[in-house]
Design a protein around this ligand. Structure first.
Ligand SMILES: Nc1ncnc2c1ncn2[C@@H]1O[C@H](COP(=O)(O)OP(=O)(O)OP(=O)(O)O)[C@@H](O)[C@H]1O
Length: 297
């Protein structure tokens, strides 16, 4: 279990990127959902011990990770949002090199590790090719392979599916799902479907605060009876926004489908729909923009 208690991070320029974040993250896949600038990367880097929070406590099992970051690092696998430079060395050699850095000194143990991982992420056939020539999806699968070196107990993946085409995204998510239920896997993303497809628990982070936490199915259940939809002409959108609490809009065949939040029948020809996680997410964001402090309390 990873426990965060009142974690706040204020950057040198005064930006309060994390504001009193308290979370308990159990084993299994955990989704951290939030828009750009919400503070997700700051939170991921903080948990990965790459930066120290301004205040608050973080523990992983028995380990106080702020006091003993090196103990966490031995158990951590991290795929950052921007993996950085993609070298002209082969996937095999790079993974072998990273295994050395992770402390696997024995050549035979390293060979077994590297071969297993390349197979697991389906890069065995291209193991001799330079990573610089890999597609986005291949790079992300390589990123997961390096994160899995040394059997980590805590795995952090920051925005891993951004920019992947649907087939690559599916492949990558299946790979994450296989990693297992015996480790903590935190998936940070702004893509609702990533969380809906994979995570038994999730939190929504916006403006540095946890706005919502729970099991996606429960959260969807709780929103039942409050999400209404209607197809309108695009020109009518402003008027609709004035009259109703619009949580999302989507174009379909040149028309606009609006979803609104209403505790009772809003009239105007809206029909009740079975809301999904996207509705839960967008209504949470709408609330947080209106009353950030009250919502997060
Ligand atoms: N080094 C820094 N110095 C000052 N402000 C920063 C720094 N890094 C991030 N921020 C600010 O902190 C806030 C949170 O940024 P962060 O990158 O953690 O968000 P994010 O949810 O990961 O967004 P994105 O997906 O766009 O990276 C933003 O307002 C950002 O501008």
């Amino acid at each position: 279990m990873l426990e965060l208690t009142s974690v706040t991070h204020i950057y040198g320029n005064g930006t309060r990127a994390l504001d009193d974040v308290t979370l308990s993250i159990p084993k299994g896949m955990y989704g951290l959902l939030g828009p750009n600038g919400a503070g997700k990367s700051t939170l991921m880097r903080t948990i990965a011990t790459l930066q120290t929070p301004t205040s608050g406590r973080i523990s992983f099992g028995e380990i106080d990770i702020i006091a003993n970051p090196e103990r966490l690092r031995e158990r951590l696998g991290y795929l950052p949002q921007d993996f950085g430079v993609y070298p002209r060395v082969s996937a095999y050699d790079m993974l072998d090199h990273m295994a050395v850095l992770k402390g696997i000194a024995s050549a035979s143990e390293r060979k077994a590790t590297v071969e297993t991982l390349l197979n697991q992420v389906n890069l065995w056939s291209v193991r001799k090719k330079a990573i610089a020539g890999f597609s986005g999806g291949m790079r992300q699968r390589f990123g997961i392979a390096q994160a899995l070196i040394g059997n980590p107990e805590l795995i952090i993946v920051d925005e891993p599916t951004a920019g992947l085409d649907p087939e690559e995204r599916n492949r990558f998510l299946n790979l994450l799902a296989e990693i297992g239920e015996n480790v903590v896997v935190i998936l940070s993303t702004h893509i609702v479907e990533d969380v809906a497809d994979l995570c038994p628990r999730m939190a929504v982070l916006a403006a540095g605060r946890i706005q919502l936490e729970g099991a996606p199915l429960d959260l969807i259940q709780r929103s039942r009876g409050t999400v209404w939809a209607k197809t309108i002409a695009r020109d009518d959108l402003d008027a609709t926004r004035e009259r109703h609490e619009v949580i999302s809009t989507r174009l379909f065949a040149g028309r606009t489908i609006v979803h609104i939040l209403s505790q009772g029948d809003p009239g105007d020809g809206f029909t009740l729909v079975d809301g999904g996680l996207e509705d839960v997410y967008f209504s949470t964001l709408a609330h947080s923009r209106r009353a950030p402090v009250a919502q997060a309390a």
